[in-house]
Ligand binder design. Sequence first.
Ligand SMILES: Nc1ncnc2c1ncn2[C@@H]1O[C@H](COP(=O)(O)OP(=O)(O)OP(=O)(O)O)[C@@H](O)[C@H]1O
Length: 356
Amino acid sequence: MIDRTAVIAALDAVVDPKSGQGLVAAGLVQGLTVAEDRAGFVMEVPAGETAIYAPVRDAAEAALKSIPGMARVSVVLTAETAPAAAPRRTAGLSKAATDQGRAKAPVATERPAHVKRVLAVASGKGGVGKSTVAVNLAAALAARGLSVGILDADVYGPSLPTMLGLSGQPDYVDGAIVPHVAHGLKAMSVGLLTKADDAMIWRGPMASQAITQMLTQTRWGTEDAPLDVLVVDLPPGTGDVQLTLIQKTPLDGAVIVSTPQEVALADARRAHTLFQRVNVPTLGLIENMSGDVFGRGGAEAEAARLGVAFLGDLPLDAALRQAGDAGRPLVSAEPDGDVAQRFAAVAARVAASLGL
Ligand SMILES: Nc1ncnc2c1ncn2[C@@H]1O[C@H](COP(=O)(O)OP(=O)(O)OP(=O)(O)O)[C@@H](O)[C@H]1O
């Protein structure tokens, strides 16, 4: 069995000629897969630079092959698609500045049109209720009178179609994807674009391309009626795929969902570090499934340690799960209930942080 740490160490010993950093540190290792006797990843480089990076790919392959027990190695070198038409860009950085950014990791800044704020909902590990929080937070923001969209970027387990009771591929009209509307939310999910079985095959660059497409080609708002906030439900975890996604998505802030246990909190900490690396402000931590089973208060203490806001806690509550399974956020189904009130308080803080 090949050890992932050994693979990362081997790749970091290969130097990116542009930044002088190891390949992993330089952000050039995306979608890394490590199995019993093989390893592979995608090296996505700026358009026009594949020739420079061909020897680097060869060196990376050689480094991987030198790991004992490694039978098969695959390093795919791809070029980023050229930046979109120039008029979209506003205040331009100098070429030296953008190149400097690039050497570390590809940075995309293409904002979705007519969207005022983009908010990420993230978690360091799976199954902590990130999607449940994303959907109910979106509904609570809508209940404040904001126009809200939700983008399910969780390529590994798109749950938005179930949670909002959506099905059917969206229409494509006049060059734009028309989002479904459910419970007052404009919604788009990778689960609506692919067959369920396809979800697992996504790798970093493909996933980020699909998400960029949903982000920028969906008609979230119009000039006359812009969307106030787009909530993006990120895939769980803090690996290469997540890093690529948050580098490529123009985010105005992030909230991190955690359960109260130490293991989950350690992962929440990692998620915060990831956002810091790409200069996206963490607006705060939310504790989910708080209560007797998992304990209480861990996320609040962790938020204090990290120096970020604690946005609120949500109890372990069967009604939250049942509402999600039934395709209706609990915040919409029971707008006067305890859970809706808690989400309203979280939404008030988030809206204030985003200047909405
Ligand atoms: N506070 C809660 N009380 C009870 N059940 C909950 C709560 N939060 C989430 N759940 C349930 O836990 C399960 C996992 O939640 P959810 O899909 O939102 O998590 P996730 O972190 O997005 O998962 P993944 O990482 O797999 O995408 C779901 O069945 C959901 O209904």
